[in-house]
Design a protein around this ligand. Structure first.
Ligand SMILES: [Zn+2]
Length: 700
């Protein structure tokens, strides 16, 4: 039996081999295609359950098998598995694209909505149906004839152009190398120098190879005392893939074409701009609202940002003898000032955060606030260090301590060869009252890339986490809880499914706040040798450093977001992209950028990622998460934010409902009002600077 075809229980991660992929995906795709044909034929009535029984069952099975393959490809990559993945990816994508624009299926769903049964559908099902119809329209299912053909051409051409854009950025990044002498790297940390020396040695050179990849480039800008080298690297970095670099990697034409194609696509769908199309499935309601939100945020952060810059200039002049602070000095001067002012290192802090203690503390918080228990469970895994847990809740009305299974999750914490960097939450399966009557509980993958435990003097020392690592762990658990604690039974809107893109980071960013609470941290920390909790005084310095130059960081994010929004909201502006970028810079930026700065040419988020006319989502979701958190601050007592009553309300109004209603409705159910920007400004130390400004208008 092919383990990928066995979708009755949990994935058979340990049994799946690369040679299983093509036959299994071939069979599941054929089944899904048959299901699509049947669902669109007269044999299946225009009825929610009938369609779900035929189509959802087949596509969910395909999704779960492909999910397992993609997951293994990300966490246990081998050449054979990668080849199998690459071979099947286009087939799976093609099926979903085709189904998403299938006119017959669209007509069938429209018939469900117009039919007599529609009034009897649950609210969650009505939402799932509305979402499905909306997505059909946005995928061009309403178009006919030449327009439909042109739409399909545009989709393919955009995918191709986006791919070329990314390749140019990658190639421009890869082609650059600077071979430095040891003297030129004065100030750069030893681990970065060792990596640079190894990279040079691999090419039979005795110097140090510095590249434009972040772990190589950024530490030199941050710590390198050699100003000329910083300038060289900065210039190379901000001109990547532009007309100022190698013409072979110049993205100028692709950017113009991509923007023009997106506008044409929007026009075919009957919208005034691509930005409008992008916002249809999002929480933000109009381009005007997003622009006003961003401009307002920039205005409120401006005074703080100007103070930050003045402080940097002053420090550069008096302490570092730099009279003309330039873009390539900012990271360096900022790091020196930070060191002088707060005097602590990541190295010092991480001695207090051992992985078992942190995980235990995190589980206690979840158990207390969300009224569940977490305990170890058994499942096949892909690596011996991966753990598996189950979340349970006291069964309704139980007197004998009976527990009900809520969900399960895999936890893969450590970096290792063959595992993609970064941290993420992924669905293994969603909560679903299946058409056959069984209730499927949700399962999640939680993946991080922390340094594994090492042996010291023959004894295994627990893994030590930096404070950033701890925050990352909490962040991913926020996504995990959104997926796992859902009570919705319709797979299309359970958990994070169907949640608006610009609201999906609410639960994750929300969890990060615990990592800045003294009452939480003192229970989460124990020095690896002495067992002492984090000293209060060290925590105070960390807290003070948290908002270091948050004004500058905010206006920078606003500059990116506003440029993105304007480029997609103003048809015709593709002819003069730099003008738009310059205008936004004049409007909101505080740090003058050199005229050769071409950051847009490597801005893959908006040209090749999913963030076109959506980069504002980062700040938008931060407003939501900060405001949600402030409810816990308000209900804190005796210094503890762990208020069970507030936790229950948050769980019931935000986490459990998933995508079954709009994010705004969920937020209002929890907060009793619309979100306000004040909590975010307060948490980032920016409120004082804007206290005199008008009250929050145009917040999401
Ligand atoms: Zn996230």
């Amino acid at each position: 039996m092919n383990p990928l075809l066995d979708t009755a229980g949990l994935p058979k991660f340990a049994d799946i081999r690369p040679e299983h992929v093509t036959p299994a995906i071939g069979e599941l795709l054929a089944n899904a295609n048959d299901a699509l044909d049947r669902a669109t034929s007269d044999a299946v009535a225009a009825d929610y359950d009938a369609l779900s029984t035929v189509l959802d069952v087949a596509t969910e099975r395909l999704g779960r098998a492909w999910g397992a393959v993609s997951h293994l490809n990300a966490v246990a990559d081998t050449p054979a598995l990668r080849a199998a993945y690459t071979e099947n990816l286009p087939k799976v994508t093609e099926f979903h694209t085709r189904m998403g624009a299938d006119e017959r299926l669209f007509a069938k769903y429209q018939a469900v909505q117009a039919g007599p049964g529609a009034a009897r559908l649950s609210a969650a099902r009505r939402k799932a149906l509305t979402n499905a119809l909306r997505d059909f329209v946005l995928s061009g299912a309403e178009l006919r004839g030449a327009a439909k053909q042109r739409f399909a051409e545009l989709q393919d051409a955009q995918a191709e152009a986006a791919q070329s854009f990314s390749e140019h950025v990658l190639d421009a990044t890869d082609r650059f190398a600077y071979f430095a002498t040891e003297a030129e790297l004065d100030g750069v940390p030893d681990d970065v120098k060792s990596a640079a020396r190894a990279a040079a040695q691999a090419e039979d050179r005795s110097s140090f190879k510095i590249t434009l990849h972040f772990p190589s480039y950024f530490p030199v800008l941050q710590y390198g005392r050699n100003r000329a080298l910083r300038e060289t690297l900065y210039r190379a970095h901000v001109t990547r893939a532009s007309e100022l670099g190698d013409p072979a990697h110049d993205n100028s034409t692709l950017m113009r074409e991509l923007l023009a194609m997106r506008q044409e696509e929007a026009q075919l769908l009957g919208f005034a701009s691509y930005a409008e199309v992008s916002l249809v499935p999002k929480m933000a309601t109009s381009v005007q609202q997003v622009r006003a939100f961003l401009v307002d945020l920039a205005r409120r952060a401006r005074a703080g940002a100007e103070r930050d810059l003045a402080e940097l200039r002053e420090f550069a002049r008096t302490e570092l003898a730099l009279d003309d602070l330039q873009a390539w000095d900012l990271a360096f001067v900022s790091e020196r000032l930070k060191e002088q002012r707060y005097a602590f290192s990541d190295q010092e802090v991480k001695q207090y955060f051992t992985e078992p203690k942190v995980l235990d503390g995190l589980f206690r918080i979840i158990e207390t606030l969300f009224e569940v228990t977490i305990r170890p469970d058994e499942a096949q895994v892909w690596h011996p260090s991966v753990r598996f847990y189950r979340i349970e809740r006291a069964s309704a009305g139980a007197v004998d301590g009976a527990r009900t299974l809520v969900g399960q999750f895999y936890l893969d914490l450590y970096a290792r060869p063959g595992k993609r960097p970064g941290a993420w939450m992924d669905e293994v399966r969603g909560r679903w009252a299946r058409p056959d009557g069984r209730l499927q509980t949700p399962v999640a993958n939680l993946v991080c890339n922390f340094a594994a435990p090492v042996e010291v003097d023959g004894k295994l020392r627990p893994a030590l986490l930096t404070h950033d690592d701890v925050t990352t762990l909490f962040h991913e658990f926020g996504h995990g809880l959104h997926h796992l604690l859902t009570q919705v039974e319709d797979i299309g809107v359970a958990g994070i499914s169907g949640v608006e893109w610009d609201a999906v980071e609410l639960p994750s960013q929300f969890m990060e706040n615990f990592c800045w609470e003294w009452d939480v941290l003192k229970h989460l920390s124990a020095h690896v040798d002495s067992g002492e909790p984090l000293p209060r005084e060290l925590f105070e310095r960390m807290l003070a450093a948290k908002n270091f130059h948050s004004g500058l960081a905010t206006v920078r994010q606003v500059e990116f977001a506003l440029t993105d929004m304007r480029l997609h909201a103003e048809p015709g502006c593709e002819a003069d992209i730099q003008r738009v970028a310059d205008e936004v810079r004049r409007e909101v930026a505080v740090v003058p950028a050199p005229p050769f700065n071409r950051f847009l040419h490597s801005f893959s988020h908006i040209f090749a990622g999913g963030y076109s006319a959506g980069y504002y989502s980062y700040k938008w979701a931060e407003v939501l998460s900060a405001d949600a958190w402030s409810a816990f601050e308000e209900s804190a007592h005796n210094g503890s934010v762990l208020n069970v009553e507030t936790g229950r309300r948050y769980r019931q109004s935000v986490l459990e409902v998933g995508g079954s209603r709009s994010a705004m409705d969920s937020f209002k159910a929890f907060r009793g009002r619309e979100p306000s920007i004040d909590a975010l400004l307060r948490h980032q130390g920016l409120l004082a600077a804007s206290a005199t400004s008008a009250s929050a208008a145009n917040v999401p």
